[in-house]
Design a protein around this ligand. Structure first.
Ligand SMILES: Cc1ccc(S(=O)(=O)Nc2cc3c(c(O)c2O)C(=O)c2ccccc2C3=O)cc1
Length: 230
């Protein structure tokens, strides 16, 4: 038996200002810090002990993981960061708020993007202030891998190799794993674990900072799912 805990990062500064964030490395808001610490207290109260942690290469997820592990006295556990757990890349929308998006692209286009699985937003230009084209943390990646925009399908697909190569083997080895990541990268894992359809996953959204605990049998079938809250 093994356990997997998924935590969506606490509220970020751009969640607060309602801007598309994607791969822009914004910080947690004060509320987001409190959400992360509360997640750690809940983990401690439930006696959850981990063997391995995974997170993205974005500070809002990394700091959520660290606050939660510190509150549960587990900052010492092995930790791996990967771009594959990053949030969906919103392309040229990164940095725009709701008003600016509607003004630039129109309500009809926003409605299409909002409900689509396979439609790409416009790609971000390398000279856009919110582009990651020159970001050192991706310099070791094939430039063709670093996205300039992602649809939900592409985002979910680039998460899954990390599940296959790292997370699933840990769980099959009986390890307990904690992952602090983002709304859409966690959707990918939730979709696979719970066998959710392409259509239904559009309506699945995790709350910020609320730990979700999956229990697996030795064949990686889910035997229990619990959301930790007060
Ligand atoms: C920053 C922001 C802009 C628009 C909104 S919304 O109220 O229009 N709701 C909304 C909008 C979108 C989306 C959304 O989920 C949403 O609730 C998207 O998922 C989306 C994905 C790829 C490109 C564009 C979008 C998108 O415009 C919310 C927040």
């Amino acid at each position: 038996m093994s356990k997997l805990v998924l935590i969506r990062h606490g509220q970020s500064e751009w969640n607060l200002s309602n801007q598309f964030t994607g791969w822009v490395d914004v910080n947690l808001s004060d509320k987001g810090v409190e959400e992360a610490k509360k997640a750690g207290r809940l983990i401690k109260e439930h006696g959850l002990k981990f063997d391995q942690a995974y997170t993205s290469v974005l500070k809002r997820a990394i700091k959520t993981l660290h606050f939660a592990l510190e509150e549960s006295d587990q900052l010492w556990i092995p930790e791996t960061k990967t771009w594959r757990l990053n949030e969906r890349h919103y392309g040229a929308l990164q940095g725009l708020n709701k008003k600016a998006t509607a003004e630039k692209y129109g309500d009809e286009q926003v409605h299409i993007w909002r409900r689509s699985y396979d439609v790409l937003p416009p790609a971000i230009d390398d000279d856009n202030e919110y582009s990651q084209a020159h970001d050192r943390r991706y310099s070791n990646l094939d430039p063709n891998i670093v996205p300039k925009a992602e649809n939900l399908h592409v985002c979910l697909d680039r998460v899954m190799p990390f599940w296959e190569d790292h997370i699933a083997p840990d769980l099959l080895a009986g390890k307990n794993v904690i992952i602090a990541a983002h709304g859409n990268s966690l959707r990918a894992l939730t979709k696979y674990i719970e066998r959710i359809s392409d259509e239904d996953i559009m309506d699945v959204e995790m709350k910020t900072g609320e730990p979700v605990v999956y229990t697996f049998d030795d064949k990686l079938n889910v035997t229990d799912k619990v959301k930790l809250d007060d």
